[in-house]
Design a protein around this ligand. Structure first.
Ligand code: ARG
Length: 595
């Protein structure tokens, strides 16, 4: 089934065209106040202006030709020319039965008609260092975007554009060499291999030690620079150490993806290094296209429309005077690959807002060079994670917060709560719940904030049992589970009751309110996909849980009279399914059976 809002949009804009011969959007919005119906048509006034006619009169004509009585009660005109629509109970009942009948875990929601190939570039950490809190947002927002687009039927190609190339690898390779070879060890530590210090086990450590040495030892710095050149020229030794370092960082990255329940695998990796041999041709093609200019020995493109503070044209540097290529060069090569080889209809980049100018310029250059073709390029940005002091989130000693430690702490804190609430559970159960709640809390808090704003990271808030949090949503799910368990003990056979159901007997305001919210799930997913905003989903799910609460308080379920019970059991079932689907399938947050 298509979202009802889309069906209404179609029907009404058709009626508008019939009456005026003009094409105009119906502009349908869900109403805030149910006394005015469920949906409001806002497009009549602007249309009346275009047609130079009276809006109320126009609304009346539109209603006359409108065919909508399979969905709505008699439309009502309100104010200067709004049309209010109220869904029929029959329609609602059928829609809910259709959702329930869907065995594909698609909740009756149709896939898109225009299926696209969409490349999503996300996570993309720089692997010489450990992942820190700054990578959280790109990783999980990107993952959610992929999940939503896949759900809607698009072909999604995930691209982890990891920073695995560049001058910093010179010092890492040099340090690795010194650590690992007898010759190197003597040179560095003045010791024989046996009593030399242990080889650095994490990229973070390796980076820190190498950097210390680089800053203090000119000989080391010089050898590091030579390593960069040799690496770029493809010499075996450097290549070997480089591979080792990349592998070392994989051991750190993938466990984090797994913990976060993010779908990124080695197959999705296409790091900066993979574009190396394509970079010279980026330069030569730009040159042939007459887009290249030299400025202080560097090769630049001056894309149309970009100026610095002084009003002078702003360059995108693509090759430094020493011949080195840059971040932008790689991004241009990546666009060519994604457009030509991956056949992307759309490429989405998920990074923080500070890269805004970079992508704007890269997109413009790709357009001017003819590489963009018909592919749509979008930069999806996000704000910064702040500490409770309102400044970028740091540890007490002022260092960046490592993602692994942050997630471990979330799980530890969740464990404390679980222990308090459910001391009788087994250790395994406690561990499983703590994982779901701890990681879920971190992800959900991020998702529930407006993507483009900064937000304050607070364990206390995100782990709270009330409010728009993961634990609240997980609790709402567990509660419905427990209702179902209770049914069993009361000899109510839910499956049999639901099987026989042909019609939903919706009479109570709380039932109707919940039912109308349930059928809006597809509409919300669609708008979250258009704006790339996971917070639409979290808001929807939170409202769903609240409406369920109101329903459950006002309408007895297991003790309902037999004629009414199937309807209410079905509302419970669909709420449960929707929460589970939203959390697990679209947000990648696990639900739990009990809490
Ligand atoms: N590695 C970059 C960073 O950590 C992000 C890369 C984003 N993707 C891209 N195609 N430039 O800032």
């Amino acid at each position: 089934m298509k979202p009802v809002i889309d069906i209404l949009e179609e029907r009404i804009s058709t009626a508008m065209r019939k009456v005026t011969s003009l094409n105009a959007p119906a502009i349908i919005q869900p109403t805030k106040d149910p006394t005015f119906g469920d949906y409001q048509v806002n497009g009549v006034m602007p249309l009346a202006k275009k047609a130079q006619t009276n809006p109320r009169g126009l609304a009346e004509l539109i209603i006359k030709v409108l065919k909508i009585n399979d969905i709505c009660e008699e439309p009502e005109i309100a104010g200067p020319g709004f049309i209010n629509l109220r869904l029929k109970n029959d329609f609602l009942s059928n829609a809910l039965l259709e959702i329930n009948a869907d065995t594909e875990n698609h909740l009756g929601i149709s896939k898109v008609d225009n299926k696209q190939t969409i490349v999503v570039d996300f996570s993309s950490p720089n692997i010489a260092k450990q992942m820190h809190v700054g990578h959280l947002r790109s990783t999980i927002i990107g993952d959610c975007i992929c999940r939503i687009l896949e759900f809607l039927g698009h072909t999604v190609i995930r691209q982890n554009h990891i920073g695995d190339w560049g001058t910093q690898f010179g010092m890492l390779i040099e340090y690795r060499f010194l650590e690992k070879t007898a010759e190197g060890m003597e040179k560095t530590f003045g010791k024989k291999p046996d009593d030399a210090p242990k080889v650095m086990e994490s990229t973070e450590q390796l980076y820190r030690e190498a950097k210390k040495k680089y800053d203090s030892d000119p000989d080391f710095a010089e050898s590091s620079r030579k390593r960069v050149v040799a690496l770029q020229n493809g010499r075996d030794v450097e290549r070997k150490y480089w591979e080792e370092i990349v592998e070392l960082s994989r051991n750190e990255i993938y466990p984090i993806y797994e913990k976060l329940n993010v779908n990124l695998t080695k197959e999705d990796e296409r790091g900066e290094s993979s574009y190396n041999d394509k970079l010279p041709s980026v330069i030569s093609v730009l040159s042939v296209a007459n887009l290249l200019e030299e400025s202080d020995g560097a090769k630049c493109v001056f894309p149309e429309g970009f100026k610095n503070k002084e009003g002078e044209p702003l360059p995108l540097i693509v090759q430094k005077s020493d011949g080195a290529f840059l971040y932008a060069t790689t991004d241009l090569a990546a666009i060519r690959y994604r457009v030509n080889e991956l056949k992307a209809d759309k490429i989405i980049y998920v990074t923080d807002a500070r890269q805004d100018l970079h992508f704007k310029m890269v997109f413009e250059v790709a357009k001017e060079a003819g590489w963009k073709k018909d592919t749509e390029l979008s930069h999806v940005t996000f704000g910064t994670v702040l500490g409770e002091d309102g400044k970028p989130f740091k540890t007490r000693s002022g260092e960046t917060v490592r993602l692994k430690e942050l997630l471990d702490e979330a799980v530890d804190r969740a464990k404390v709560v679980v222990n308090e609430k459910n001391p009788e559970l087994t250790d395994d159960e406690k561990e499983q719940i703590a994982q779901a709640v701890g990681i879920g809390a971190v992800k959900y808090a991020d998702y529930s904030n407006n993507r483009t704003s900064d937000y304050v990271f607070s364990f206390d808030k995100m782990l709270a049992m009330d409010g728009n949090t993961a634990p609240y949503m997980q609790y709402a799910y567990a509660r419905i589970k427990s209702i179902e368990r209770k049914a069993e003990s009361k000899d109510v056979n839910i499956e049999t009751e639901l099987k026989g159901i042909k019609y939903l007997d919706l009479t109570e305001p709380a039932e109707l309110d919940l039912a109308k919210h349930l059928i809006r799930y597809g509409e919300i997913i669609e708008s979250a996909a258009v704006d790339y905003r996971p917070n639409y989903l979290t808001s929807y799910l939170f409202e769903l849980a609240q409406k369920f609460s109101a329903f459950y308080t006002n309408c007895p379920v297991l003790k309902a009279e037999p004629a009414k019970r199937p309807t209410r059991l079905l509302l419970c079932r669909l709420t449960k399914k929707t929460i589970k689907h939203g959390l697990e399938e679209l947000l990648g947050i696990n639900v739990v059976k009990q809490m």
